[in-house]
Design a protein around this ligand. Structure first.
Ligand code: NAI
Length: 415
């Protein structure tokens, strides 16, 4: 697709994305909701890039029918609504925003720790039921208590900083060696952390090693009256074992934002053994759901789409080899070439350019086992048709060019 790029934004993406795309020359169209079927095809037919959230399903057939699609921005964390391999096979880049809601999750976690130590939800529920229970028994200050963070990544380390500012003592366990922030200390095993913490907060991804990571055996290791927070993924905690520990009083409370079986849509019935446990705070997977996070996500993904469109940068792309590229110098042409990762492609490209007496100023390359992405900054360029030979190579998946201010205009070709 040549000429003015068109960006289509679905699913009420935060307006801050629009300005960033428009400033980069995109004509932006917004479509409310998540189109499907013929409505989605009709929209994709004239899009250069699309912005979706979690509801728009982009299957292999969409990438087959709309090979001109240059990139899809997932304005959310997950990308399982998109067939990533199908997009890769067409050289279409997929971006997302994995960390823009880090602060929102961290703040909620610390708020829940305070609420659980003070039994605020239980006291509030009692008062709603008309019972005035003004007792200090089992209510604790957060200051001085030990927080055990499992998974010291983006969210875990933010929780660490916020918790220390409240006067908590922070310990953490991670499978990767991490720089402790502030006065936090690492623990070599999960078991050591569970034995020592007054509050255990989980911030690990869902992996084969973390599914069922906290079961009856691990809960038994926790201190009597300790609290457990899971704002990570539902499968990490054995809900039955947790509900039992809350009902016997071995654990003093829990906060859960994620569950092994989450309802598919708003209004659907939520079933869990934790329903009716007064010491459990239950929230419907809203850890990252704040207006601030939505705004950050919109800006981050829109900027990634713009950098890809203008410079070819695939940094943090989830399906194509990642290349971070400098801004192109005036008078140069950048050849952005996605091809099947087989021997000989670079050699052929170099030969074609040399025959056309085109000088290569810079070359960047990254590959995964299936696909390579090579970028050549060239000059000494008179006829863009000289590149037709490269576009026509049998290994080419997609080729486009982008220009410094004096060079021939941008173009796109793919197979
Ligand atoms: P991250 O990738 O930055 O950090 C995860 C950390 O866990 C890494 O340091 C990793 O080394 C560590 N880890 C992995 N396996 C481990 C194991 N077996 N034992 C100990 N440590 C292990 O991830 P981030 O952004 O901090 O997210 C953490 C969790 O929060 C993820 O599960 C994510 O899906 C979830 N999340 C939940 C949200 C919500 O709405 N409730 C919103 C955003 C993220």
């Amino acid at each position: 697709m040549t000429g003015n790029p068109r960006a289509l934004l679905f699913e009420s993406i935060h307006p801050s994305a629009e300005g960033i795309l428009q400033a980069a020359g995109f004509a932006v169209e917004r479509i409310s909701g998540a189109p499907e079927g013929t409505a989605l095809d009709a929209a994709l037919a004239h899009a250069t890039v699309v912005g979706i959230r979690s509801k728009t399903q982009m299957h292999a057939a969409h990438f087959q029918r709309h090979p001109h699609l240059m990139a899809v921005g997932c304005f959310c964390i997950g990308t399982n609504q998109v067939d990533l391999r199908a997009a890769e096979s067409k050289g279409c880049a997929i971006f997302n925003s994995p960390f823009s809601n880090t602060r929102s999750v961290a703040e909620m976690t610390v708020a829940e720790a305070v609420c659980l130590f003070r039994k605020l939800f239980e006291k509030s529920a009692q008062l709603h039921a008309g019972r005035w229970d003004k007792t200090a028994t089992n209510a604790h200050e957060t200051r001085g208590r030990t927080l055990g963070i499992v998974g010291y990544g983006h969210i875990g380390s933010q929780v660490s900083v916020l918790a220390e500012s409240l006067g908590m003592r922070v310990i953490f366990h991670d499978v990767v060696r991490k720089l402790p922030l502030g006065n936090a200390q690492s623990r070599p095993t999960l078991e050591a952390l569970l034995r020592e913490a007054d509050c255990v907060s989980l911030h690990v991804p869902e992996t084969p090693a973390t599914i069922g990571m906290i079961g009856a055996k691990q809960i038994a290791l926790m201190k009597p009256g300790a609290i457990l927070i899971n704002n990570a993924r539902g499968t990490i905690v054995d809900v039955e074992a947790l509900a039992a520990a809350l009902r016997t009083g071995h654990l003093g409370g829990a906060a859960l934002d994620v569950f092994p079986d989450e309802p598919a849509a708003a209004g659907d019935l939520f079933e869990s053994q934790l329903r009716g446990c007064p010491s459990a705070i239950l929230t419907p997977h809203i850890g990252g759901s704040t207006e601030e996070a939505q705004e950050l996500i919109a800006a981050e993904v829109a900027e990634k789409l713009v950098h890809f469109w203008q410079h070819g940068s695939t940094e943090t792309c989830v399906n194509l080899p990642e290349v971070d590229l400098p801004v192109l110098r005036a008078g140069q042409l950048r050849i952005l070439h996605v091809h099947r990762n087989v021997p000989g492609v670079l050699g052929t490209m170099h030969t074609l350019l040399a025959k056309a007496r085109i000088n290569i100023n810079a070359e960047y390359l990254q590959s995964n086992p299936r696909t390579s992405y090579v970028i050549l900054d060239v000059e000494g360029f008179e006829d863009p048709k000289l590149l037709d030979g490269i576009a026509a190579m049998p290994e080419t998946i997609r080729m486009r060019t982008t220009a410094g201010s004096n060079a021939p205009s941008a173009s796109d070709s793919r197979k």
